[in-house]
Design a protein around this ligand. Structure first.
Ligand SMILES: NC(=O)C1=CN([C@@H]2O[C@H](COP(=O)(O)OP(=O)(O)OC[C@H]3O[C@@H](n4cnc5c(N)ncnc54)[C@H](O)[C@@H]3O)[C@@H](O)[C@H]2O)C=CC1
Ligand SMILES: Nc1nc(=O)c2c([nH]1)NC[C@@H]1CN(c3ccc(C(=O)N[C@@H](CCC(=O)O)C(=O)O)cc3)CN21
Length: 289
């Protein structure tokens, strides 16, 4: 398989942990992206979320801006938040024609009851809409810490089904993981994935630098583990929530743990609304390595 289809840098082993990184923005972060853009490497892949409170037009505009600024859009599709097949079709048509989108990331989404006909990511892959508008690369979610509603063994079965469906529809799959603070959980999960013979490239989700209260708030909201012991490894003491924290220790540990036999693994930063801080963190890291 061609890694270059996923990212030009991915044909070769990574130079350092931020080689070929990706970022994400909410559909409302138009100004934030403009401000951060000079700090972001050209052609960087930037994901556009599919969150409640965003309008479809805003999401399309965000993807157009990503393209106009010289980056590569990855558009999120949240199965449970899509209200109809027509809405899916129009959205993929719009992002393809207006922003030249070739990459999407499919996620079920948090609503306990679907808002339309789709309750899981597989149904989006199998809808036929993605290839109809020329989508080439499809990311699916990975869960290094498991998922509150799905058993670990079922999650692997779902992953295999989604990757097979992406291929069956003529597109190239990769896995993008939920953010996590726990280096050991991440490395163990990649080992298990490779042990199961799943060799697709992985983008590991890690938090960008952010205020500690904000990080803990997102962890709670997204069901991500942030126990005192895990946060201590990350570099945060739960007895002092003032200030901010970056992923320095986590990334240093991952660099050691993610040995070449674990295959292609790169980072995806979740900036949690602070794109500029994430871009600066990347540039600092790069300067030091
Ligand atoms: N970047 C993001 O926004 C991320 C979000 N998540 C969350 O992970 C969850 C699973 O997503 P996928 O791996 O795409 O699942 P999936 O589409 O592969 O579905 C796997 C199974 O989980 C069930 N399921 C999925 N979401 C559910 C929910 N909210 N409540 C009850 N059952 C649910 C599905 O019905 C299916 O049986 C979603 O709730 C999603 O929002 C996870 C990672 C990153
Ligand atoms: N289970 C789960 N659900 C999610 O919604 C979710 C995850 N996991 N994993 C990480 C991503 C990242 N997510 C987010 C959500 C909101 C902002 C955010 O910046 N919100 C603004 C206001 C809203 C906006 O700009 O659209 C904020 O200031 O909080 C960023 C990332 C949601 N995500």
């Amino acid at each position: 398989m061609s890694y270059a289809a996923i990212h030009p840098n991915w044909e070769k082993p990574r130079d350092n942990m931020v080689d070929g990184y990706s970022l994400e923005m909410t559909a409302k972060e138009i100004e934030g992206l403009r401000e951060a853009a000079p700090l972001i490497r050209p052609k960087t892949q930037i994901a556009v979320t599919f969150l409640p409170g965003e309008e479809m037009e805003q999401r399309v505009e965000a993807a157009v801006l990503v393209r106009e600024l010289g980056f590569e859009p990855i558009v999120h599709l949240s199965a449970r938040r899509l209200t109809s097949l027509e809405e899916l079709d129009k959205y993929v048509s719009d992002i393809s024609s207006k922003a030249g989108v070739k990459r999407v990331f499919i996620i079920a989404g948090d609503p306990p009851e679907p808002e339309g006909p789709f309750s899981d990511s597989l149904q989006i892959i199998e809808s036929g809409v993605l290839e109809k508008y020329g989508i080439e690369i499809v990311g699916v979610g990975g869960h290094p810490e498991g998922h509150p509603n799905v058993s670990k063994s079922d999650l692997w079965v779902w992953m295999e089904k989604k990757l097979a469906a992406v291929r069956a529809h003529g597109m190239v799959p990769l896995v993008v993981t939920q953010f996590a603070f726990d280096d050991d959980a991440i490395v163990e999960w990649i080992k298990e994935m490779r042990g199961r013979g799943i060799d697709v490239p992985v983008r590991l989700g890690i938090p960008g630098p952010a205020g500690i209260k904000r990080l803990l708030g997102f962890a709670k909201r997204c069901g991500v583990g942030a126990s005192a012991s895990v946060m201590k490894k990350y570099g945060v003491s739960l007895t002092n929530l003032i200030g901010s924290a970056g992923p320095d220790k986590l990334v240093a540990s991952l660099e050691k743990g993610l040995t070449p036999e674990l295959g292609r693994v790169r980072l995806h930063l979740y900036p949690f609304g602070a794109l500029k801080a994430s871009a600066e963190w990347i540039n600092d890291y790069e300067a030091k390595h």
